[in-house]
Ligand binder design. Structure first.
Ligand code: ZN
Ligand code: ZN
Length: 409
């Protein structure tokens, strides 16, 4: 991929994504495989006036080796110095940028209990940090770049170099970063969400009934004073940002006690290096009552059984079939892309900003109002070409606002 194009993409992440302001520290998480790109992002961050850019380098094979060969007690603890480091950077008002190129099979064959325990330890230790990010008290943004392993997973029939090239093409197109002025294109993209979000917020539906041809039939109660969000987010400090590049979804908060029916996933879920396939769940009073998967059910179980909140929903997100990523008809094995191809639900923690005043409430107050809380937030896709969404109002009247996978305007 040519350098000028990549520079524009790096700039998009810094200026539109995290919207880094003068004098702010920036933390960039990046794999050593993508160092060339990570340094471009670093350069852009200094260009806009970052006070310091801290690189958090990672290496897939090193992570895998630890899971395979590290001593067992490692997976029940999380180093306090890492927590302290997060606090240090949060106290300085850092912006967090992530360059993702994860190998979907990185942890294939690793003892699932190690993954589960390590996730629990890390989520518990970094709870405060996650809460800052999820309530937009700190800005953050994620973009993706292809790694050889990921590109080969998506395009197994192509030689490696070609697969990488093809994946770059898909990523830049999907992230609307393939035009002459991606930052301006994102401004336009954002405006297109306003109308739809305003419409749904005015409607203030009591619940949604969602059906698909592959068997989903679920009614989701929405919390009172829920807020639909889409096309970027607003930092607590009033500085707008885009947490995800790409973003094609509009999403809101289901009531943690009001999901009833069956949900059939429409795409496999790549979770911590394992691919969960052919799965479905049945909900009653907001809680997963039963579930099954044709492959890696154990990984699905490790999500659902993480804690009480992981059995309940924290997000309902709608995506039109006609989104650029939806049109690619490609399974990316990467949530950032797959969730923007299709309507999805998230098990686990809800975004406080999806409820009026939510970010200023305590966790207990939020939970009492129907907002879900958990160590986890895991998105899975259930949208299809024939999805229908009906909004049900307080007075019982019904409005179909999404039909055959497209919004009705
Ligand atoms: Zn989402
Ligand atoms: Zn989500």
């Amino acid at each position: 991929m040519n350098k000028e194009r990549l520079m524009k993409y790096a700039e998009l992440l810094v200026r539109a994504g995290g919207n880094v302001q003068k004098g702010q520290p920036v933390v960039i998480s990046c794999s050593v495989d993508d160092a060339y790109f990570g340094r471009m992002v670093q350069g852009c961050a200094y260009d806009v006036g970052a006070s310091e850019v801290i690189m958090e380098w990672s290496d897939g094979p090193t992570t895998r080796a630890k899971y395979l060969h590290g001593s067992d007690e490692l997976f029940d603890t999380f180093p306090q110095w890492t927590v302290d480091k997060l606090k240090y950077n949060n106290d300085r008002g850092a912006v967090y940028l992530r360059v993702d190129s994860s190998d979907p099979d990185l942890l294939a064959g690793v003892d699932p209990s190690r993954i589960k325990r390590a996730t629990k330890a890390s989520m518990a230790a970094t709870r405060e940090h996650s809460a800052l990010l999820m309530s937009n008290a700190r800005r953050w943004s994620i973009c993706a770049v292809p790694s050889p392993a990921w590109a080969k997973k998506v395009f197994p029939d192509l030689p490696e170099a070609e697969a990488i090239d093809r994946l770059w093409g898909h990523i830049l197109k999907g992230a609307r970063a393939d035009g002459a002025d991606p930052i301006a294109d994102w401004e336009t993209h954002k405006q297109n969400f306003v109308k739809r979000v305003d419409y749904l917020n005015k409607k203030a539906f009591k619940s949604l009934r969602i059906t698909t041809g592959i068997g989903t039939d679920i009614t989701l109660g929405l919390v009172k004073n829920h807020i639909w969000v889409g096309g970027g987010d607003m930092g607590k400090d009033g500085v707008p940002f885009f947490p995800n590049l790409p973003t094609e979804e509009i999403f809101t908060m289901p009531d943690r006690n009001q999901a009833d029916g069956r949900v059939v996933a429409s795409m496999p879920l790549s979770y911590q290096g394992r691919l969960i396939e052919g799965f479905e769940m049945t909900f009653k009073n907001g809680r997963v009552e039963s579930y099954s998967a044709s492959k890696n059910q154990e990984a699905l179980a490790s999500i659902i059984e993480m804690d009480e909140g992981a059995r309940r929903l924290g997000e309902v997100a709608l995506v039109a079939n006609s989104s650029p990523i939806g049109q690619m008809k490609t399974l990316f094995y990467n949530t950032l892309f797959d969730e923007n191809a299709s309507a999805h639900l998230a098990l686990g923690k809800a975004y406080p900003n999806n409820m009026a005043g939510g970010a200023d409430m305590t966790v207990e107050e939020r939970v009492a109002a129907g907002c879900n809380d958990s160590l986890l937030h895991v998105d899975f896709m259930f949208g299809t070409q024939d999805m229908q969404v009906v909004g049900i109002s307080e007075d019982g009247s019904e409005t179909v606002f999404l039909q055959d996978g497209e919004f009705i305007d």
